[in-house]
Design a protein around this ligand. Structure first.
Ligand code: C5P
Length: 226
């Protein structure tokens, strides 16, 4: 499937990569991969099964390989996340689930177990993939690579609004702390650390509106008319 084009959008939480990727995928009529949701779903399933990383690592790897995960596309370009038929879309969005996902995601064997699943999303006519290592590890031959950043304060504020829209109540200072901790873990790990690919365009979105970011990305990709 290497002739199927891929656009990767990596970056820390709250950088806007999810919304930008979704909207880009809708404009292009391409598939969309929210790779973070896979890590979150695994963390959720591991917790449900009472598995702990420090003592059940092999079981978590087996769970990762066998995870009955389905993404059901929604009208806004996103997807409902179904685990063995149960909709877990909201349950996996909490920062607690994000932190658990980040701990599992630091393990090389767990990442390896999820690799082919992610590459399987590369289907015609194309794929927009968002995550931390889309441009560096999962789709190193992507057509276009972006790495979106924003200040930690702005990212915490965006996350707060995002969660509120999903009916989850949190506070900006608390989100600032947990997000900063999660990003430090994601950037500092040995296996597939969150870092821009050498050929990625790095964009600081702190002072940009969503429309401006999408406009910029479209321009770079060469689909301005969409
Ligand atoms: O993107 P999201 O915040 O949903 O991702 C949750 C966690 O999953 C991240 O903090 C990161 O640890 C992990 N992840 C990853 N590689 C990806 C996507 C997500 O390690 N490609």
């Amino acid at each position: 499937m290497t002739d199927v084009p891929v656009i990767t959008v990596d970056g820390p939480s709250g950088s806007g990569k999810g919304t930008v990727s979704q909207q880009l995928a809708v404009s292009l009529g391409w598939h969309y991969l929210d790779s973070g949701a896979i890590y979150r779903a695994l963390a959720y399933a591991a917790k449900q099964a009472g598995l702990k990383l420090n003592k059940d690592k092999e079981k978590i790897v087996s769970l990762a390989l066998a995870l009955k995960l389905v993404f059901k596309p929604t009208a806004d370009g996103g997807a409902d996340v179904l685990l063995a038929g149960t909709d877990i879309s909201s349950s996996i969005r909490t920062e607690e689930c994000g932190a658990m996902a980040s701990k599992l995601a630091a393990d090389g064997d767990i990442r390896a177990a999820l690799l082919q699943r992610q590459r399987g999303f590369r289907q015609p006519p194309g794929l927009v993939a968002d995550g931390r290592d889309m441009g560096t590890v999962v789709f190193p031959d992507a057509t276009h690579k972006f790495f979106l950043t924003a200040s930690a304060q702005i990212r915490a504020e965006r996350r707060y609004k995002q969660l509120k829209d999903k009916g989850i109540n949190d506070s900006i200072p608390r989100l600032f702390t947990v997000i900063s901790k999660r990003d430090a873990r994601d950037a500092g790990r040995t296996n597939s650390p969150m870092t821009p690919a050498a050929d990625a365009i790095v964009l600081d979105t702190s002072e940009m509106s969503l429309e401006q970011v999408i406009g910029y990305v479209r321009q770079q990709v060469g689909y301005q008319s969409l």
